[in-house]
Design a binder for this molecule. Structure first.
Ligand SMILES: [Zn+2]
Length: 277
């Protein structure tokens, strides 16, 4: 397991697959250091056009803007879309600054996420299906930004959009009603947001390798979140590696490892964890 500060993409964008770049930032919460990833996807028709996947937590805004400024060509490069996996605050914070910097940029997300992205709705209004969410949702992770409707683009599975030949939305609801993953078609990589996590920190502060479902306290519907893992596994003919937003590793998770995690009887080992049951 790599340490966060030695990752090649720690606080900078580095290529994890051809045309797919990741920047990992640290989110300190209660003494823990949670990795938070954002991704850049290069257009294969115009190398100056980019799609950013997710936009970090409020604490990351400055570092993310610096990482983008260092990586992108000021004169020619444009972020044309910000594809958001879901409307939690650690995936959306830099959106207002980026919409100001790139006047043509639109924010892409699943249609079911629109009330939380555009209308200020709180995930606290979700009924949930676990005691953990019911008890702790007041401490949830609502986005701190509101996206103007005229700067947004909502999609459902299969809907066409400008870059659907390289980046496709895959519906993986549960963590939030409109939680989505994005398939980078050329490299068979699936960015899943919080549908899966690949980090855990022990009480001693030592990072352990661990695939898990999303945190139950911020997961609106646990049953659907578990079905979303099945949906991720159903992409196996098109996917080699899965990249969670919270990931200590350099190369994401081989999809076979997720199968072993989700079906423990077939596991060949590793640390398995279900949060919140
Ligand atoms: Zn989340």
């Amino acid at each position: 397991m790599d340490s966060l500060t030695t990752l090649p993409d720690f606080e900078r964008f580095a290529e994890v697959r051809p045309g797919l770049f990741r920047c990992t930032l640290i989110w300190p919460i209660g003494g823990l250091e949670i990795p938070v990833a954002t991704f850049l996807v290069r257009s294969n028709t115009n190398p100056h056009d980019w799609v950013l996947i997710d936009a970090g937590a409020p604490v990351h805004i400055d570092k993310l803007m610096v990482a983008l400024a260092q990586f992108l060509d000021h004169t020619n490069d444009t972020i044309k879309y910000i594809a958001v996996t879901h409307a939690h605050l650690d995936h959306t914070a830099a959106i207002p600054l980026l919409l100001g910097k790139y006047p043509e940029c639109k924010v892409l997300f699943h249609a079911e996420e629109k009330p939380f992205m555009c209308h200020g709705h709180s995930f606290k209004t979700c009924s949930g299906d676990t005691w953990t969410f019911t008890l702790l949702k007041r401490f949830g992770h609502d986005s701190t930004v509101v996206v103007p409707e005229d700067r947004s683009l909502t999609l459902r599975h299969g809907d066409p959009w400008e870059f659907d030949h390289i980046l496709r939305l895959v519906e993986t609801p549960g963590h939030t009603p409109g939680s989505s993953s994005y398939l980078h078609v050329p490299t068979r990589s699936l960015m899943v947001g919080d549908a899966l996590m690949h980090c855990i920190t022990s009480p001693m502060g030592q990072a352990l390798p661990c695939i898990s479902g999303p945190l139950a306290m911020s997961t609106c519907h646990w049953g659907d979140a578990m079905k979303a893992i099945d949906i991720i596994l159903e992409t196996k003919d098109d996917v080699d590696n899965v990249f969670p937003a919270h990931d200590f590793s350099k190369n994401g998770i081989p999809i076979q490892n997720i199968h072993d995690f989700h079906h423990p009887s077939s596991s060949k080992g590793g640390v398995l964890s279900w949060f919140g049951l």
